[in-house]
Design a protein around this ligand. Sequence first.
Ligand SMILES: Nc1ncnc2c1ncn2[C@@H]1O[C@H](COP(=O)(O)OP(=O)(O)OP(=O)(O)O)[C@@H](O)[C@H]1O
Ligand SMILES: [Mg+2]
Length: 406
Amino acid sequence: MLDPVRITSALIDPALLDLPWSTPLEEWPADHLVALPQGISRHVVRFVRLGDTVYAVKETGERVAEREYDLLRALERIDFPSVEAVAIVADRQDDAGEPLDPVLITRHLQFSLPYRALFSHTLRPETMTRLLDALAALIVRMHLTGFFWGDCSLSNTLFRRDAGAFAAYLVDAETGALHSRLSDGQRGEDLEIARLNIFGEALDLQAAGLLHESIDPEVVCDEVVRRYEGLWHEITYEQQVERDHRHDIERRIRRLNELGFDVAEVAMSIVDGGRYLVRPKVVDAGYHTRRLLRLTGLDAEENQARRLLNDLDAYRAESDLIDEQQAAHRWLTEVFEPVVRAVPAHLRQKLEPQELFLQIIEHKWLLSERAGRDVGMAPAVQSFLADELVHRPDEKAVLGVEVPTG
Ligand SMILES: Nc1ncnc2c1ncn2[C@@H]1O[C@H](COP(=O)(O)OP(=O)(O)OP(=O)(O)O)[C@@H](O)[C@H]1O
Ligand SMILES: [Mg+2]
């Protein structure tokens, strides 16, 4: 019999009703659960698989669940990188009629890596730098949209591979608030919270022997703030431009595009005769992601998209195709898809297709450099599968995989 519960959701998966809602999450039987890496949390969080989808279920207070649900929906509407809210299940009670806490259900972010999984062996300092870059970029994006996080930490962030770098996602919005814009004071406060949280987390990692000896916890948290401030300045600073130096404005816009930000308009005012004061209005991150999506329908992280577009542009130049749309279609069907299809299904759990493709062309480049000639795609794919991919851990949500947890 189904347990009587109240579900709030925009799009409900009926299979959710079959879950054992009258049992505290802590005691859910293993046959419903999926073992996946997860960060440290106060609340009980479990992963369940229903059909092809894996969900994260978090037991929490009713008000908190509603707040977080609404915020995650709002972030989704503005296309912000965060986990997706699916439903709230409330009015739960156990078999004795005692009330149980409501749960918030989110969609599990595929191929995501909590920082604890990344640190399951000592991280190289360069990898650490990339994580901090991704986190700083996430906070900048967040503040540009007027979102105050209130609890930024490594635990409340998920990372996905992004062509040698990482892309960061918000996972815990419980303390957040969406404003029309943030004051410098609010931004500073949010950063201070981030600094303290990350300092604590870095100390924990150090105590567990998981921090590279050359990395100092204090430096780690200061670095996030420093990177944030550098990027924030780059995006928002007012620039003085001479009247006949308009290409300075263009250079600035190009630089912002390079960093992945789209510019909607440029506000200009004239100062002391002949000079402009210029301030670009950055509307959105994901410049390359959107261009790739428009051309090929492929959804990729920002750096992946930049590299894929490079490959596409090279293909277009080689094959003398003028029309960008046509070149994109041919590249997709004649280059990208055959490479991904050449990977046996069981190995595709290891990396998502976009990342797989990029690592293969990187591998092909290395082989070609070594051989002093272009080795061709087919041998490169075979060599990548046999020498590289088989040794990698699965990073997709897979049932029953043993992974280190927090
Ligand atoms: N949708 C999701 N996809 C992937 N992992 C998730 C998802 N939701 C939660 N997690 C994992 O569960 C962990 C705990 O979730 P969350 O931070 O929301 O819990 P919390 O108890 O509110 O945390 P806190 O102690 O910061 O209040 C996260 O660090 C993350 O690793
Ligand atoms: Mg959390």
